[in-house]
Design a protein around this ligand. Structure first.
Ligand code: HEM
Length: 205
């Protein structure tokens, strides 16, 4: 006799499903363009925005749950690590597409980028990869809770700044970038509001 076991998707199921969707989506976008350079550029752009979406989910999860406790915010808080890992996967696809652009058309790459971008963006990638590696129990134990907290607190704010700069400098080119900057400001405000509420809650009357 077969026992029916009720299961719900685990966090890693969510991260795997979202990452698979990102990989399939990026491949489909690339394949949809007759000119491979157009396909690569579209993948770079789309992943910049999918990365922002998953980053914002992970970045605001705890604050949202503190400010508005409920099933939806609890779900976000419980799975924030998986949203963070999916953000890293999305940004790794951004990096793979950038490498493809460098290999296919170096002159175009240098029209779109600069040494300053590479240093700033490269530093963000170092932080993203360190945060990704320490999102798993073994490396997290290895660095210890103090270093982990410092890395994930300052790392998240460093990535927030990277998104502010990369979207902010493009505001004049389209309304989507202004929306992205607005969402980033809102996310930072939520974090500050949640911190203030936590302090108030901790203050003895
Ligand atoms: C060494 C690292 C990086 C390089 C070389 C790089 C390169 C590029 C290039 C060439 C584009 C323009 C693509 C095009 O117009 O066809 C682009 C777009 C973009 N990148 Fe990156 N990037 C890097 C890291 C990052 C990081 C760390 C972030 C954010 C945290 C980021 C966010 C963006 C955004 C928001 C766009 C605009 C997307 C759009 O036009 O819709 N990039 N990147």
């Amino acid at each position: 006799m077969t026992a029916l076991v009720r299961t719900r998707p685990t966090g890693w199921t969510i991260a795997l499903a979202c990452s698979a969707a990102l990989i399939i989506g990026a491949t489909a976008i690339y394949a949809a363009y007759p000119d491979p350079i157009d396909g690569i550029r579209r993948v770079i752009r789309v992943t910049a925005h999918t990365s922002l979406t998953f980053f914002l989910l992970a970045f605001t999860a705890s604050s949202l749950q503190r400010l508005w406790p409920g099933p939806a915010t609890q779900f976000l808080r419980r799975h924030r690590r998986e949203f963070g890992v999916t953000f890293a996967v999305s940004h790794i696809i951004h990096a793979i597409a950038i490498i493809a652009l460098i290999r296919s058309d170096q002159a175009l790459f240098w029209q779109l980028s600069s040494i300053g971008n590479i240093i700033a963006g490269g530093s963000a990638y170092v932080v993203i990869l360190l945060m990704l590696a320490t999102s798993f129990p073994g490396p997290a134990r290895w660095i210890g809770p103090r270093v982990w907290s410092v890395l994930h607190l300052y790392g998240a704010w460093f990535i927030w700044i990277s998104f502010m700069v990369t979207n902010g400098k493009r505001i004049a080119t389209g309304p989507g970038f202004a929306i992205a900057v607005g969402l980033l400001v809102l996310a930072a405000s939520l974090k500050i509001a949640a911190k203030i509420q936590a302090r108030r809650g901790a203050t003895p009357y």
